[in-house]
Design a protein around this ligand. Structure first.
Ligand code: HSE
Length: 301
């Protein structure tokens, strides 16, 4: 194989209470083409100026992880990214790059890794599985660490039609800084609050009892701390609920706020955008489907 093109989706992580565990793929895709030849990296689209053009690029990290895994030298490769996932906004742009690299590396090396193997490599790079697992499997996933180097992932049954209504602020949120804001310890009351809601969230999605999401998407583990740096967050969530969302939460480390809907998407989007306008938060709304498929090879030669 001389060249391979892969598409990998955006993802939303946490879904409120499922910090570092639960995630969902969204129908917004980054493309990566790798071609044998002299090493180079180019990016177009979202974050084109910000994505590293050297081996620090996470697509390169993904490809290299596959070759290291199978014990073969990394060949010279030309990397061409076309990104549609907004960069550093809580929509899994890093995971999309890692997973696109892993899937492309798996194809061009002939390693043909399973989704389970890809997930272990991806979660080891990212440090948690909530974005990378849905980018690999599609749909909604729950992932947990088992021991020091194993990751267990399961898919959550979803309604066929489920929409994400997002408000994507202009400002970027550095995930590392956003995580540094979180306390190392929480009270048992808050732990119980989140455990119950994470379980209810998964059950409500798989049973289709979406009216429970308004309780199940609440969180005490990370959102209240992140709201200190992004004070508009609670009002944007409230606006989404007023517009008719089933549930709404901070997407990943933020600053994007995401609402789950099965109707009234335009009203929800309007309410969020209007609330942002009043609060002086620059940004744009987006309505997308949940992606039921994960990353895949779209062409090769
Ligand atoms: N679970 C992660 C977080 C997702 O909330 O920090 C972003 O990497």
């Amino acid at each position: 194989m001389n060249s391979v093109t892969v598409s990998a989706p955006a993802t939303t992580a946490n879904l409120g209470p499922g910090f570092d565990s639960i995630g969902m793929a969204l129908d917004v895709w980054n493309d990566l083409t790798i071609t044998r030849g002299e090493f180079s990296v180019s990016s177009t689209g979202e974050g084109a100026d910000l994505a590293p053009k050297d081996t620090r690029n996470l697509a390169v990290t993904g490809v290299e992880a596959v070759f290291n895994h199978i014990g073969e030298p990394v060949p010279g490769l030309k990397y061409e990214q076309h990104n549609r996932v907004p960069f550093s906004r809580g929509m899994g742009s890093s995971s999309s790059a890692i997973v696109s690299g892993l899937v492309a590396g798996s194809a061009i090396s002939g390693a043909d890794l399973s989704k389970e193997e890809l997930t272990v490599l991806a979660a080891d790079i990212e440090g948690h599985p909530d974005n990378v697992a849905p980018a690999i499997y599609g749909g909604c996933t729950v992932g947990v660490r088992n021991g020091v180097d194993k990751w267990i992932v399961d898919q959550v049954k979803l309604p066929e039609e489920l929409y994400a209504v997002l408000f994507i602020p202009e400002m970027k949120m550095n995930t590392h800084e956003s995580r540094a804001r979180l306390p190392d310890q929480i009270s048992r009351t808050d732990a119980v609050y989140n455990i119950g809601r994470a379980a209810l969230l998964v059950n409500a999605l798989s049973s289709g009892r979406l009216e429970l999401l308004k309780y199940a998407t609440d969180d005490r583990l990370h959102q209240p701390h992140r709201a200190q740096a992004f004070t508009a967050m609670p009002q944007l969530i409230e606006a989404a609920m007023k517009g008719g969302a089933h549930g709404a939460f901070l997407s990943g480390a933020g600053p994007t706020v995401l609402a789950l809907a099965t109707g009234r998407e335009v009203t929800i989007s309007y309410e969020m955008a209007e609330s942002a306008r009043i609060l002086g938060v620059e940004g744009k709304p987006m309505i997308v489907s949940v992606a039921h498929e994960g990353a895949s090879v779209v062409s090769s030669s």
